[in-house]
Design a protein around this ligand. Structure first.
Ligand SMILES: Cc1cc2nc3c(=O)[nH]c(=O)nc-3n(C[C@H](O)[C@H](O)[C@H](O)COP(=O)(O)O)c2cc1C
Length: 179
């Protein structure tokens, strides 16, 4: 397995919304999950849990309910995982003030690791409303998300198609230097 260095992986990573159906190799999977496991967390709580779903039919059924929920709420919730062969829900305790930040850091660690081992990824936040609504209670149970936990973000993983992903321009003026 070829490994891209950290700086190249950071600069080359793009959000991937088109995946090949190819399976993720065990080596690639292990690399991404090591990046999950070794992400830093506030107070070293290590409170973020990963729920890894590799069952495409299950993801499809969940996506259908998610879209129907969006339509009912007057929102456009499109397919969230873009038929990626794997989707990982990151969940953590509701009552810890750093859960969301830790999950964000963890997700980016995973996205960079994915890039470095030749995978594409997409960080997904749009499931939040649905997964905190009573309407998704059965799904939360099915995925093993406990009542004292909240969904934070998810990470879709897979082999990107050969299409170039759009590379958003960087906004200027975001850095203030005080000397
Ligand atoms: C916290 C977070 C939540 C996101 N949620 C979604 C989402 O729900 N759907 C989606 O298509 N992209 C989502 N994205 C991807 C962003 O749209 C993407 O990172 C941004 O457009 C910049 O593109 P790039 O990742 O290729 O640099 C999310 C990214 C982050 C960091």
């Amino acid at each position: 397995m070829q490994i891209q260095n950290a700086m190249d992986a950071i600069l080359d990573r793009r959000s991937v919304r088109q995946y090949k159906p190819d399976p993720i190799s065990e080596e690639q999977y292990e690399a991404v999950m090591q990046a999950f496991d070794w992400a830093p967390t506030a107070r070293n709580e290590q409170e973020i849990r990963a729920i890894v779903v590799r069952d495409g039919e299950l993801l499809q059924a969940f996506a259908k309910d998610f879209e129907a929920y969006g339509a009912k709420e007057g929102r456009v919730f499109k397919n969230f995982y873009f038929s990626a062969p794997m989707f990982i829900f990151l969940v953590g305790p509701r009552d810890f003030p750093f859960t969301a930040i830790d999950a964000g850091i963890t997700a980016e660690n995973m996205a960079i690791a994915a890039q470095s081992v030749g995978l594409g990824s997409l960080i997904i936040g749009c499931l939040r409303l649905y997964l905190q609504d009573e309407a998704s209670a059965e799904w939360r149970k099915r995925f093993g998300i406990r009542d004292d936990e909240m969904f934070t973000v998810g990470v879709a993983l897979g082999t990107p198609t050969n299409h170039d992903q759009p590379k958003p321009k960087r906004k200027p003026g975001k850095i203030t230097v005080i000397e």
